[in-house]
Write a protein that binds this ligand. Structure first.
Ligand SMILES: Nc1ncnc2c1ncn2[C@@H]1O[C@H](COP(=O)(O)OP(=O)(O)O)[C@@H](O)[C@H]1O
Ligand SMILES: [Mg+2]
Length: 259
C-alpha cells in the first residue's frame, strides 16, 4: 500500500513563472517527511505536483520526473484524475462537506472509486477509516450529523478519515494543523505517527517543533529572493537537519533567524 516517491530534476511552472527549480529527492515508503522553509519557497507547489493537483491551475505544468513505486506519475498512460484519488491530500483548513453527514463525508472519495458498494461494506469502511483517524469513539453515536457539527480538530480528523478511506499510497498534508488549537494539533501529530505504519506521509509545516516531533526526514526549501524559484537546499534525517545541518541557510532557518 505505502509507496516510495522518487523525484528527479523537477521544475514547476505557473505559466512562464518558474516557481520551483531542480528538485531531486527520494522519499522512502512508510515514513514521515517534513517540508520546511520560508513562505513562498514552493512547499505547497511541490506538494501538489506529487498528486498532479498542480496542473489544475491554467498554464501550470511541470518538467522532470516523479516516480511513485516505479510508476511514472506524469507518464502518457496515467490519468491525473485517478492519481488525485489515489494520493490523498489534507489541507490547511479542514474542508469536510458541511451539510453532508459524517458517515457520507468519510465515504465521499471512496464512492468515486468504487461504483457500487453494499451497506455492510460501506459501514466497515466508515468504521475502519474513523478508527484510523482516531475519531471513531467521538462520533460513532452521531454518524448522521453533518460534518459541520464537529470542532475544527475533529473536522480535520474527518478529512483524514476521508483521505485514508480510499487506502491511498501516499498521504500529502499541507500545514494540516495551522488552523487548530494545541490539543487538536497534538491529536493530529499522534495520528500522523500511527499512520506512517501504513502510509508514506509528506507534511508541510512552518512549525519547527512539529517537524522535529513527527518526521523521520526533513527537506528544507529556500529561495534566493522573491520572484526567484524555490529550491531544495538540504534533505536528510530530521535528527541531522535539526542538530547538524550542512548548509548555513538551513541552520539559520531552523534557529528562527528568518522565514
Ligand atoms: N496559483 C498560482 N499562480 C501563480 N503563482 C503561484 C500560485 N500559487 C503559488 N504561486 C507562487 O509560487 C511560489 C511558491 O508558492 P507556494 O508553493 O505557495 O509556497 P509555500 O507553500 O512554500 O509558501 C510563490 O512565488 C507563489 O506566489
Ligand atoms: Mg504553502
Amino acid at each position: 500500500m505505502a509507496k516510495s516517491i522518487d523525484v528527479s530534476d523537477l521544475d514547476i511552472y505557473y505559466g512562464d513563472f518558474l516557481a520551483v527549480e531542480g528538485v531531486t529527492i527520494s522519499i522512502p515508503a512508510r515514513s514521515v517527511t517534513a517540508f520546511i522553509g520560508p513562505s513562498g519557497c514552493g512547499k505547497s507547489t511541490f506538494l501538489r505536483s506529487l498528486n498532479r493537483m498542480h496542473e489544475v491551475i491554467p498554464g501550470a505544468r511541470v518538467d522532470g520526473k516523479v516516480v511513485i513505486d516505479g510508476q511514472d506519475l506524469y507518464g502518457p498512460d496515467v490519468d491525473p484524475v485517478v492519481v488525485r484519488r489515489q494520493i490523498g491530500m489534507v489541507f490547511q483548513r479542514p474542508n469536510p462537506f458541511p451539510t453532508m453527514s459524517i458517515y457520507d463525508n468519510v465515504l465521499a472519495g471512496f464512492k468515486l472509486n468504487a461504483k457500487r458498494i453494499k451497506k455492510s461494506d460501506a459501514d466497515a469502511v466508515v468504521e475502519r477509516s474513523l478508527k484510523s483517524a482516531n475519531l471513531w469513539n467521538e462520533v460513532k453515536d452521531r454518524l448522521n450529523r453533518p460534518g459541520s457539527s464537529l470542532s475544527g480538530g475533529q473536522q480535520q480528523r474527518l478529512c483524514i478519515a476521508r483521505a485514508v478511506a480510499v487506502e491511498p499510497q501516499v498521504l500529502l498534508m499541507d500545514e494540516p494543523c495551522s488552523a487548530l488549537d494545541p490539543i487538536s494539533t497534538s491529536a493530529i501529530e499522534d495520528l500522523v505517527h500511527e499512520l506512517k505504519e501504513s502510509y508514506t506521509i509528506v507534511i508541510v509545516t512552518h512549525n519547527m517543533q512539529q517537524a522535529a516531533r513527527v518526521s523521520d526526514d526533513t527537506a528544507f526549501f529556500n529561495l534566493a529572493s522573491v520572484g526567484k524559484p524555490g529550491r531544495l537546499i538540504e534533505y536528510g534525517t530530521t535528527a541531522t537537519i535539526f542538530s547538524n545541518p550542512e548548509e548555513k541557510a538551513t541552520e539559520a532557518y531552523i534557529q528562527g533567524r528568518f522565514g
